[in-house]
Design a binder for this molecule. Sequence first.
Ligand code: NAP
Length: 289
Amino acid sequence: MKIGFIGTGIMGRPMALNLIKAGHELYTWGRRFDTVEPLLVAGALGKGTPAEVAASADISISMVANTADVEQVVLGERGLMHGAKPGSVIVDMSTIAPSAARRIADELAGRGIHMLDAPVSGGQAGAVEGSLSIMVGGDAEVFARAKPLFDVLGRHIVHVGGHGAGQVVKACNQIVASLTMEGVAEAILLARNNGVDPARMREALLGGYAYSKILEVHGQRMLEGNYKAGFKVKLHHKDMGIVMDNAHENRTPLPGAEVVARQIAALMDAGEAELDSAALMLALERLAG
Ligand code: NAP
């Protein structure tokens, strides 16, 4: 397929490389040459604007940071929307607000362009290995057209409902992932304060019901004090904002998520936006003095 791809950061770059490796023809654009260069070296074709990217592609993918970035790249003056042919598809794989995903889908529908919201879980490793979990919102028929691309990028792909449903499910994912991460940090602190080796504690927990990928991966990072991103604190902060705003809109009490959102906000206040979100451990250590 002819694919447009915008957003070649920690996640987007390996995803785009996997699509090239799978034999697809990839068109790209970036605001900094060094972010797109590895794709050009791998065989992608560079374009001057997102609109030019979309004009060359059957399906265009965006994997940028937040709602404002998606709006700029898709709807902006030289955005994908201005080059996309009627009947073509724009797939946003960034994590943004469900309400924004619905708004963008409506705007594109007015021009005969299809939209899917398809956020992901699985981190940088999942992007590199092509083993992401992908939660997709939009029309079933459009989902079926994009599915061969999702099969290259991920291993667990679920069509979860109409426009915005993918982003709702991603918000649910962030509740479970964040509370688990906070739980792992708290378990490490409690073990340490009891004079029990937290590495042994983690080893014991990995064999029982408390097992999780987060205990395995982020637990190890916390033990090592290794907070090189990964999934940056500033993106986690953005995601908790999406979760809490949506909870307020829907009058849904989320007391646990609220606590984690506060801990993430404390990291932002401490100037730690670029660290990995496993730095929740740091915020807790600070609380503990
Ligand atoms: P990242 O490393 O910061 O990459 C974002 C990329 O988007 C960069 O290449 C950036 O370009 C580009 N970009 C952002 N705004 C743009 C704009 N307005 N115009 C053009 N390019 C723009 O972020 P990431 O970690 O790959 O995350 C991408 C998305 O996936 C986010 O929504 C995040 O929440 C989600 N996500 C991340 C992870 C993870 O583990 N990292 C896991 C699941 C989901 P510049 O380099 O020029 O800034």
